[in-house]
Ligand binder design. Structure first.
Ligand SMILES: C[S@@+](CC[C@H](N)C(=O)[O-])C[C@H]1O[C@@H](n2cnc3c(N)ncnc32)[C@H](O)[C@@H]1O
Length: 353
C-alpha cells in the first residue's frame, strides 16, 4: 500500500476499477479535496501539476510511494521554492528537479504534530487517575517524538481556563474545541517514562531534521510552525529515547521494559496508514495481548481497510454511524473502543455519546 500523501488525508482517490490512481489523479484530488481548507497555495500548485505533463513526467520518475504531493512539495520548499503562483513554483521545480528528487528519495513524510497532545490528554489523564500512577508513554511511529511530551504544554479547551504543567506555563498553549461530554482534565498527568519507536527516528537536535519537519508544515500554517519550534525546544532539553525499527519488532520488548511503578500507555497517531495490512493486524494483536493501555488516534481513511481485513474490529462495527461525520477527522480509540472524533492536528474533540 502506498501511504497517503499526508496522514491527515482521509480521502484516498481510488479509481472506480479499484486500480491505484495515476499521479495526475492523486495531485488533482489533493488540490480539490485535501488542500483547499488548509493551504490555498498547495491547492493551486497541485492542481497546476495535475494538468502539467512535463512536471508529471518528472514526478513519475520517482518510485510510486515517493510521488506523494506532500513529499514532493516539502522537498521543493526545503530548497526554497517561493510561496506564490503555480508559474513561479513550476519554474523553480524544473530548475531544481535533480535536488528535489534527491530529497524526496532520502526523506519521507514524517510530520510530527505536538498539537495532537490536546486530543490525547483527556484519555491519558483518565488512565492516570484510574491507575493512580505516573504514566510510561510509548509512542509507535513517533517521528521525532514530539507527542511524547504532553506534560510540557499548556492546554485550553473551548477558550476556558488554561491548564498548565505543574511547574508553570508550558512551551506552547494547545487549543482545542470540544463537543459532547469530553472529560476535560483538571490536571496534567505525571509522565514517569517516555520512549518511542520509528522506522526512521528524527533527531530533535539535528538542524537538518528540524528543517525537514518545518518543510512538512503547509505554507500558510505559521501557527503550526511556531508550535513545532516550541516543541522541538522542549524535546531538546531531554531528547526522547527513540528506537529505530519497525514497531512490531520492538513493541513487546519496550512495553516489558517500562518501569513497574508506571501505567504503560502505547499510543499512535497518523501511523497506521503507513503500515501494510498484515503489520496492522500484528500490531493490534500485540496491543490486545500486552500489559498496556492502547490509545489509537488515526484517520478514518484507515477504517475502510478494516472492512476487508479488520484492524480495529470494534471501530469497524460503528463505521456506518461514523462514516460521514468522521470524514476529515481522526478516530480516537482506547483499547479498540472509539471514544471521539478528533481534528487531525488535535484542534478539536467530539466525544461520542
Ligand atoms: C506522519 S508521522 C506521525 C508522527 C507522530 N505520530 C505524530 O502524530 O506527530 C508517521 C511516522 O510513522 C513512522 N512509521 C511508519 N510505519 C512505521 C512502522 N512500521 N514502524 C515504526 N514506525 C513507522 C514513520 O516513519 C513516521 O515517522
Amino acid at each position: 500500500m502506498n501511504p497517503p500523501s499526508d496522514p491527515t488525508a482521509m480521502n484516498t482517490c481510488q479509481s472506480a476499477s479499484g486500480t491505484p490512481p495515476g499521479t495526475a489523479a492523486i495531485y488533482r484530488n489533493f488540490g480539490l479535496v485535501e488542500a483547499p481548507g488548509s493551504s490555498p497555495c498547495y491547492a493551486e500548485w497541485t492542481l497546476g501539476i495535475s494538468e502539467d505533463p512535463q512536471v508529471l513526467e518528472l514526478i513519475d520518475t520517482l518510485p510510486a510511494p515517493k510521488r506523494q504531493p506532500n513529499l514532493v512539495l516539502a522537498a521543493a520548499r526545503l530548497l526554497g521554492a517561493p510561496i506564490g503562483s503555480y508559474a513561479g513554483f513550476r519554474s523553480f521545480l524544473l530548475q531544481h528537479w535533480s535536488s528535489i528528487r534527491d530529497i524526496a528519495l532520502a526523506r519521507s513524510t514524517q510530520t510530527n504534530e505536538a498539537g495532537r497532545c490536546a486530543a490525547l490528554l483527556p484519555v491519558l489523564a483518565s488512565i492516570a487517575e484510574a491507575e493512580g500512577k505516573p504514566l510510561a508513554l510509548i509512542e509507535a511511529g513517533a517521528s521525532a517524538g514530539l507527542c511524547l511530551f504532553p506534560d510540557k504544554f499548556s492546554y485550553q479547551y473551548d477558550g476556558g481556563p488554561r491548564l498548565d504543567p505543574a511547574g508553570g506555563p508550558g512551551a506552547a498553549v494547545l487549543e482545542c474545541t470540544t463537543t459532547g461530554n469530553v472529560p476535560i482534565p483538571h490536571a496534567i498527568p505525571e509522565i514517569g517514562w517516555r520512549s518511542g519507536i520509528d522506522l526512521n527516528p528524527l533527531d530533535v537536535k539535528s538542524p537538518e531534521d528540524a528543517a525537514w519537519l518545518e518543510a512538512l508544515v503547509w505554507p500558510e500554517q505559521e501557527f503550526r510552525r511556531r508550535r513545532l519550534r516550541a516543541a522541538l525546544e522542549v524535546a531538546r532539553l531531554d531528547p526522547p529515547r527513540l528506537i529505530a525499527g519497525d514497531v512490531n519488532e520492538h513493541i513487546e520488548a519496550l512495553v516489558r521494559s517500562a518501569p513497574e511503578d508506571c501505567a504503560v500507555v502505547v499510543f499512535h497517531s497518523a501511523v497506521l496508514p503507513y503500515m501494510p495490512q498484515h503489520s496492522r493486524e500484528q500490531f493490534v494483536e500485540a496491543m490486545h495481548r500486552l500489559p498496556c493501555h492502547w490509545i489509537s488516534n488515526e484517520g478514518s481513511g484507515v477504517l475502510p481497510q478494516n472492512e476487508a481485513g479488520g484492524v480495529l474490529p470494534e471501530v469497524a462495527g460503528r463505521l456506518a454511524d461514523l462514516k460521514s461525520e468522521a470524514k476529515g477527522r481522526f478516530i480516537l480509540a482506547l483499547d479498540g473502543q472509539p471514544l471521539a472524533l478528533t481534528g487531525p492536528h488535535g484542534q478539536s474533540l467530539q466525544w461520542l455519546g
